[in-house]
Write a protein that binds this ligand. Structure first.
Ligand code: ADP
Ligand code: MG
Length: 587
């Protein structure tokens, strides 16, 4: 059956084609990722089948993918020497919805359309809205090959199954509008060539540099070599003069193929980790610490996470990018995957590589994916564990870490309820014990030093370290030698309004409500206060009258030792410092 025949796509294929082109239009360059990923799959399949039948390698054992450009013809070709497709396989896979991902996609699509019968009459407006929903749908399923039609108005696929004779090549061709042709051709080399005839306005892709940059962006870590024609910097004249200009073209590898995270921990040196970190983070400094893990089972994935030494310049920018890249089976999917770690760990850089997510997973899908939730939860635990052991075993590194990222970690208790206690254990503060403003006291150290009978962790918030340290509210605490945590970072108010307790000890502001030093406040003070209240009743009344509504009450206090008076807010009122902070940001 050497003659050319025309076959109709399975009805759903046309539908999918249409959607893919419409929905992925803003993300055109992924066509190359999809085709290279298919070529790499085909190479892996051959490697696997050849385990039991080495003759499949024929005389061409070096598996590789080649990307070729023909500027004049306006074509890009992705060529592999993998397993290839027979005529029947071609009809089953490319002409119909064989791949299970695509099939599920079409089913989901039908479900959606079943509930929306007026679809046919939808005008331009609602058509666009549909494209957005379909884009989300597409993200869930693999529709890889058809993405070729985003940039091409005609696609030619020439393939020969490994093990079949050269005369069993098949040429498939389509403009993506309902039908395709099949023709038997001679193909000496095993594998598949996918030739994209670029649309007029997509000719930018017929460019060596453009393709190289897309390949290193998306396919750098694909294990099989991705090659392009070796660059030739000679002038046309020089090339013409070259005596053996008819010699075979030379190729060079474009992807590094280094998926460090897939290797065994024990085989990787510290230097390799460090240089990999620099590669992915574009940081000149070495990382402070890293965690490398592989998880097996129903949700298989690998993670390699780094804690940098310096905060990026834009860490306080609301739009700040997250540093974790998402891969699926070694194929790069997206940068800044903010669903892989919470916001308070946004300084972490690294890679998550899932074996179980679909290649076309989108940001929308990441929002509600149980596998991603599991990965995220485990990532948080790993980073917290990494920081805990740094604090314990490498105190100098932890100091550096705290200086750079402490204020970010302080956002943690508000954002991550379930890990609140662990995050609190990582916090460091300056306190009334010690002179400097360095934040180096943990809550555990504080608890260790608590006075006999003390059952609360005391703190004061102010707008500067000096204001905190010299507050009159601290007088009685000094006298009693009760340590008070001094808080003056902007985020501190937010922190204490979300962290009420640590290891069963209540966190108590020294500026709020009745001062109660518990057992430490001796009876004697209490009596003195009560006596003062009686003696000066008239004075307090006159002060209250003078201040009117500006104060709730004027009363005697055991708080002060040297200062005559101070202002106290109610236990449940906003602290004076928070009021100041909010005012300064215009609230
Ligand atoms: P997926 O890769 O998720 O299966 P694709 O649409 O990317 O979906 O590809 C559909 C099918 O077409 C593949 O499963 C494979 O059987 C076949 N195919 C695509 N490209 C190649 C290739 N280069 N070599 C061999 N088979 C291929
Ligand atoms: Mg694919």
């Amino acid at each position: 059956s050497a003659q050319k025949e025309t076959l109709e796509f399975q009805a759903e294929v046309s539908q999918v084609l249409d959607l893919v082109i419409r929905s992925l239009y803003s993300n055109k360059e992924i066509f190359l990722r999809e085709l290279i990923s298919n070529a790499s799959d085909a190479a892996e399949k051959l490697r696997f089948e050849a385990l039991t039948d080495s003759s499949l390698f024929e005389d061409d054992p070096e598996l590789r993918v080649r990307v070729l450009v023909d500027k004049d013809a306006g074509t890009v070709t992705v060529s592999d020497n993998g397993i290839g497709l027979s005529r029947q396989e071609m009809i089953e896979t490319i002409g119909s919805i064989a791949s299970s991902g695509t099939r599920r996609f079409v089913e989901a699509l039908k479900d959606r359309q079943g509930g929306n019968q007026s679809n046919d009459q939808s005008g331009e407006q609602s058509g666009n809205k549909d494209a957005a929903t379909d884009g989300t749908l597409i993200g869930q399923f693999g529709v890889g090959f058809y993405s070729a039609f985003i940039v091409a108005d005609k696609v030619t696929l020439i393939s020969r199954r490994a093990g079949l004779g050269a005369e069993h090549g098949v040429c498939w061709e389509s403009d993506g509008r309902g039908s395709y042709t099949l023709e038997t051709v001679d193909k000496p080399g095993r594998g598949t060539d996918v030739i994209l005839h670029l649309k007029d306005d997509e000719k930018e892709f017929a460019d060596d540099w453009r393709l190289r940059s897309v390949i290193s962006k998306f396919s750098d870590h694909i294990a099989v070599p991705v090659e392009m024609l070796k660059q030739d910097f000679r002038s046309d004249e020089e090339k013409e003069k070259d005596e053996d200009k008819d010699k075979a073209p030379e190729y060079e590898r474009v992807n590094t193929g280094q998926a460090l995270w897939m290797r065994n921990k024990s085989d990787i040196s510290d230097d390799e980790y460090k240089s990999f970190y620099k590669h992915i983070s574009h940081d000149f400094e070495e990382p402070l610490a890293w965690a490398h893990n592989r998880v097996e089972g129903t949700n298989e994935y690998s993670t390699l996470l780094f804690v940098p030494k310096r905060a990026p310049w834009d860490m306080w920018d609301r739009e700040q990018k997250h540093g974790v890249k998402l891969y699926v089976r070694r194929v790069f999917i997206m940068d800044e995957a903010d669903k892989l770690l919470p916001h308070y760990l946004r300084f972490v850089k690294g890679v998550v590589d899932s074996n179980d997510l679909p290649l076309n997973v989108s940001r929308e899908i990441l929002q509600h994916n149980r596998k991603i939730d599991t990965i995220r939860g485990a990532n948080v635990k790993r980073v917290l564990g990494l920081l805990e052991s740094m604090a314990k075993d490498e105190p100098d590194n932890y100091k550096t870490f705290w200086k750079e990222f402490g204020r970010v970690i302080k956002e943690g208790p508000a954002e991550d309820f379930s890990n609140r206690e662990r995050i609190a254990g990582l916090l460091r503060f300056s306190t009334t014990v010690g002179e400097g403003d360095e934040q180096d006291t943990s809550l555990d150290a504080y608890i260790e030093r608590m006075k006999e009978g003390q059952d609360k962790i005391y703190y004061i918030t102010a707008d500067s370290p000096a204001a905190a340290r010299h507050s009159p509210h601290l007088e009685m605490f000094r006298k009693k030698e009760v340590e008070v945590i001094l808080l003056s970072d902007r985020v501190d108010e937010w922190l204490v309004s979300n962290l009420h307790e640590y290891k069963g000890k209540h966190l108590q502001s020294v500026t709020k409500g009745e001062l109660d030093l518990g057992e430490i406040g001796a009876k004697e003070e209490k009596e003195k206060t009560e006596q003062a209240a009686k003696e000066h009743e008239d004075l307090f009344k006159r002060l209250k009258d003078a201040l009117g509504d500006r104060v709730e009450s004027v009363r005697a206090s055991s708080r002060l030792v040297d200062s005559p008076a101070c202002i106290v807010v109610g236990e449940h009122d906003m602290s004076a410092n928070l009021a100041r902070v909010l005012k300064s940001v215009g609230q």
